[in-house]
Ligand binder design. Structure first.
Ligand SMILES: *[C@@H]1O[C@H](CO)[C@@H](O)[C@H](O)[C@H]1NC(C)=O
Ligand SMILES: *[C@@H]1O[C@H](CO)[C@@H](O)[C@H](O)[C@H]1NC(C)=O
Length: 294
């Protein structure tokens, strides 16, 4: 019986010492919290936030980013330039006012006398063939052909971080009312076409003219809410079948046919919608994984 109170005393001492150490911890915690709060209030610390930033969440097409790459305030007549993230699946970006009006007109005038009916690549033989899926006319302008083209090709290399030497020649395309290009991949599914330069990794599609109606570039396999793009109401019926970009003179669309792990990206499926009103001129730069020898 004499043992019991001693036990109780020991237990009592123990609990009082543990309560004083927990009070200490609590006091330190409160002090630490105050320091953090003061630092936050002074703006010395900042809370990283995913939602209040400018970057959109993947596939959230309603919060398209407006990232300024370079602002030219028109003293030399040039327009404001910025890059817009359009989609992450496929990876697609629009560089607004990438080409000047003079560059667009130069490419059109150079190509005009050389236009031929467009062909597509035969996936069995790898050779060019006529096709009903592609009804435009076009021509190729050799890489490094002249000073203006070399400058455009350098701009493309700056935009894509891919060397000029990996690019094919510039292709100029003309679509009249009713002309289109059915959805297709830019990557090859044959051996023949990848011998020089390897697979096509990315495409830069430059719009050389405005199109009154239709002529959108459509990605029917894009992931995300396609109807949340701000220009949804202006799209043609064809344009509403996927994620669409409306052609605007000087704008450049960059999209990737390959994923960062070098596998092919089937969400890069894309087509040119039929022109409904007006004329569409565009220029395409296909870029390879390796150097493309000309
Ligand atoms: C490409 O980028 C470099 C480095 O930023 C710059 O000096 C050059 O003017 C750019 N070239 C073109 C054609 O935009
Ligand atoms: C897609 O976006 C539109 C326009 O912002 C919206 O009205 C619609 O509810 C969205 N659909 C889905 C499935 O989130």
């Amino acid at each position: 019986m004499a043992v019991k109170p001693r036990h109780a005393r020991v237990a009592g001492r123990k609990s009082s010492s543990s309560s004083s150490s927990s009070t200490l911890v609590l006091t330190l915690l409160v002090m630490f919290t105050f320091v953090i709060l003061i630092l936050l209030a002074l703006g010395i610390l900042s809370v990283p936030s995913g939602s209040s930033g400018d970057s959109p969440k993947a596939n959230d097409l309603s919060s398209i980013a407006r990232n300024s790459v370079e602002r030219s305030e028109g003293d030399d007549g040039s327009k404001e330039q910025w890059v817009e993230v359009i989609s992450w699946e496929p990876r697609a970006f629009v560089y607004h006012n990438f080409l000047t009006k003079e560059e667009c007109d130069y490419l059109i005038d150079l190509a005009k006398p050389r236009m031929e009916k467009s062909t597509v690549v035969d996936s069995e033989t790898g050779k060019s063939k006529d096709s009903r899926v592609r009804t435009s006319s076009g021509t190729f302008l050799a890489r490094g052909r002249d000073k203006i083209i070399r400058n455009i090709e350098k701009k493309i290399a700056n935009f894509t971080f891919l060397p000029v030497e990996h690019g094919e020649g510039l292709q100029i395309l003309h679509y009249e009312v009713g002309q289109k290009y059915e959805p297709h991949y830019d990557y090859f599914q044959d051996e023949y076409n990848t011998k020089n330069g390897g697979q096509r990794i990315a495409t830069v599609l430059m719009y050389l003219s405005d199109v009154e109606e239709g002529g959108e570039t459509v990605f029917p396999a894009a992931k995300g809410n396609i109807s949340s793009v701000p220009w949804w109401d202006e799209l043609s019926e064809c344009g509403k079948k996927g994620l669409s970009i409306k052609p605007k003179m000087g704008d450049a669309l960059l999209f990737w046919s390959m994923n960062p792990d070098a596998t092919l990206d089937p969400s890069s499926l894309h087509g040119g919608c039929p022109v409904i009103k007006g004329n569409k001129w565009s220029s395409t730069k296909w870029i390879r994984v390796d150097e493309y020898k000309v």
